[in-house]
Design a binder for this molecule. Sequence first.
Ligand code: RFL
Ligand code: PHB
Length: 396
Amino acid sequence: MRTRIGILGAGPAGLFLALLLRRAGIDSVVLESRDRAAVEGTIRAGVLEHWVTELMRELGLGERLDREGHVHDGITLQSHRRRFHLDIAGLTDGRHVTVYPQHEVLRDLIGALLARGGEIRFGISGARLHGIDGESPFITYREAGAERESRLDCDFIVGADGYHGPSRQAIPASLRQEAHRLYPFAWLGILVHARQSWPELIYASQGEGFALLSTRTPEIQRLYLQCDPAEDLTQWPEARIWDQLRARLATDDGWTLDEGEIFQKGIIPLRSFVCAPMQHGRLFLAGDAAHIVPPTGAKGLNLAVADALVLSRALEAEARAGDSGRLQRYSETCLRRVWKAQRFSWFMTRLLHRDPAETLFDAQVREAELALIRDTRAAAVSLAENYVGLPFDAEA
Ligand code: RFL
Ligand code: PHB
């Protein structure tokens, strides 16, 4: 089989890219190891930056988003049993974020791509990248249930296969620089059948640490709490989860948390990671394959879309006018945004979590930082602009 762009991975990065290329009349094939139901059913991110929702509408993906997505003009921050509202729209000329789950975005993308004649091979295995240093790269893999290997020849390969995928390793280790940070805490995330307890997301830092109250639908809520990364779910019976959530979200004004049946739970490690460069020869990495942020800033999915947009523009310039300048600058262009998102995600994580080794001094500085955001316009604007999504560089 032959195509212009071979894309490994049908996550947000790979699918946004494939749809953007389709709009530009550039053929691609997406190879995905999981089946379609698994891709469309995995619970992950929830918050879309303002420009991502605009891009979705521009791509004809606005209908369900506008019907089922929840627009949030602000977020609530909490510590010492007191809450304050950060007026994101007021601080950013009317921009907002939308809570619309990642798996719904993926359902919309897959539906649109297939309806427009795009090609996705689900359930493939054993993908290997070849010839990225030369003119004729290709991917070998096995179709679901097939005995013989298949081969996808292409002009360029895009590694959009997430943090654990094989693409990044195809860049020689001697040419790859990897920056890591691990955190001494993880998140326990649950999905609950309950009504919304508060009109916006609450980021709380109280008692034994961080808690986040988010939503999915009017009947389903998403909550997270900081836990020890060495713990597993057996150490978190439901009573302990609710005790901790109640304690970390408690206020003095009579507010109560709407509780309900927990129907999904998991523990998520927190890490920061950047691989540079994000390209080598005819291979381009996009999304989590090249960078991971801790979820506190809600940036991971949005960064994956940003990479896809930059790469689609670069591939279009190359296809239309033979101009490969943007492709050559792809990594440099993306990494400028990536590092700003890394800084913000690290800042939010440090601000809101209790490090087990935290001293009284560290705790007081965190408290002062929160007070600064509450009381100072400059600090509030900085948080709001980063949370809602930074503008793109002109050249991107
Ligand atoms: P993905 O989504 O991991 O997709 C990669 C795809 O590649 C496939 N794959 C392979 N296919 C073929 N052959 C192989 N060898 C393959 N190996 C892997 C995988 O099956 C998969 O389908 O990466 P992508 O596209 O870069 O997208 C990244 C985002 O998914 C991720 O950054 C976000 O989910 C992070 N994140 C959040 N981001 C936000 O912007 N806002 C949020 O509110 C937010 N909340 C979150 C999050 C991530 C979380 N978890 C679970 C890590 C909340 C959580 C709890
Ligand atoms: C979510 O709703 O899953 C969510 C919201 C905000 C975050 C991370 C995750 O920062």
